[in-house]
Write a protein that binds this ligand. Structure first.
Ligand code: F6P
Length: 346
């Protein structure tokens, strides 16, 4: 069997661990693996690379992806899907493993409906893909953000400052919630709940009235100020231009928030944007294990012809869930976890 593999969307620690697992497992089945470079671009404008055990040796712990990634949307141009199907045949592929988040796997789901024998692997540091309890990459991003919050704690305390830490999370505040809990944040702000500035400042003032001289606020990049109580406001953007999937570039909420907090509370406030640091470098042991389990399972799925599905983690078991189901909605933060985190606010 000839198996194509691609990695799409934002990169994520653990991608190489999945690629390695797919190649090693395929070896045991006498199947060949072909790397399709730079996401869906690899099937629109192919420059394939044969992947063998030698090529994936030593990459388990390495961040990024050896086959490259991009935010190419095969449905952007009307001729795109036909091109993908045609090149798939020209490359003499029997099946495809697409490793990606909502956009990459959303395209995979539509292409499956058009006849592409594809299996998905759930990737994103944001952990917002439905159908799976966790995506690989999330644990690494949370560890990096938690380490940063720990470091910010000491400087916040030395200077008696409020520090606003901006983490990734376009639609969902999973990284903010988990790193906020782990790092002992005094306020956590997520895209799911509009920011109430009065409440944020009250929490900080209350904390300082208890004798604390510093506070840590963790905010997800996709969090928005409420324009009216209970309503969502406007996203803070770096650029209005959208990518091929229609996403704007977020970033800057921490700066706006820091200014507003300082203005209202009169406490000196600073902000820090963690940005792509959260996506770079070596995956945690947890993510290496999860990525390996996903890669092995997805390889079994393609050999069984179990197409149109994604390897997913449910409880501690890897199962197959339909791509259509996984990409039909986003997985936002569990209110039970967020409400628990709130008990430590202020
Ligand atoms: O992978 C998802 C994500 O991490 C989002 O949280 C973030 O908005 C986006 O990627 C930024 O990615 P890039 O700058 O690579 O387009």
């Amino acid at each position: 069997m000839r198996i194509g593999v691609l990695t799409g969307g934002g990169d994520c620690p653990g991608l190489n661990a999945v690629i390695r697992a797919v190649v090693r497992k395929s070896d045991t089945r006498n199947s060949r693996v072909v790397g399709l470079r730079n996401g869906w671009k690899g099937l629109l404008d192919p420059s394939p690379m044969d992947l063998d055990s030698k090529m994936v040796s030593g990459i388990l712990h390495v961040g990024g992806t050896i086959i490259g990634t991009s935010r190419t949307n095969p449905f952007k141009d009307a001729s795109g899907p036909e091109k993908v199907l045609k090149n798939f045949k020209l490359l003499r592929l029997d099946t495809l493993i697409a490793i990606g988040g909502e956009d990459t796997l959303g395209a995979a789901s539509k292409l499956y409906d058009m006849g592409l024998p594809v299996v998905g692997v759930p990737k994103t540091i944001d952990n917002d893909l439905a159908g799976t309890d966790f995506t690989f990459g999330f644990d690494t991003a949370v560890s990096i953000a938690t380490d940063a919050i720990d470091r910010i704690h000491t400087t916040a305390e030395s200077h008696n400052r409020v520090m606003v830490v901006e983490v990734m999370g376009r639609h969902a505040g999973w990284i903010a919630t988990y790193s906020g809990i782990a790092g002992g944040a005094d306020v956590i702000l997520v895209p799911e709940i509009p920011i109430d500035l009065d409440e944020v400042c009250d929490l900080i003032l209350r904390r300082h009235s208890r004798g604390k001289s510093f506070s840590i606020v963790v905010v997800a990049e996709g969090a928005q100020f409420a324009e009216k109580p209970g309503e969502k406001g406007t996203l803070i953007l770096q650029e209005k231009q959208t990518d091929e999937f229609g996403h704007v570039r977020l970033g800057g909420i921490s700066q706006v928030l820091a200014k507003a907090i300082e203005h209202r509370t009169k406490y000196e406030t600073r902000f820090v944007v963690l940005g792509h640091i959260q996506r770079g470098g070596s995956p945690t042991a947890h993510d290496r294990v999860l990525a390996t389990r996903f890669g092995v399972y997805a390889t079994d799925m393609v050999h069984q012809g179990d197409y149109g599905k994604m390897a997913a983690l449910q409880g501690n078991r890897i199962v197959a869930v339909p791509l259509a189901e996984a990409t039909s909605k986003l997985k936002t933060v569990d209110p039970e976890i967020y409400n628990m985190a709130k008990e430590f606010f202020g």
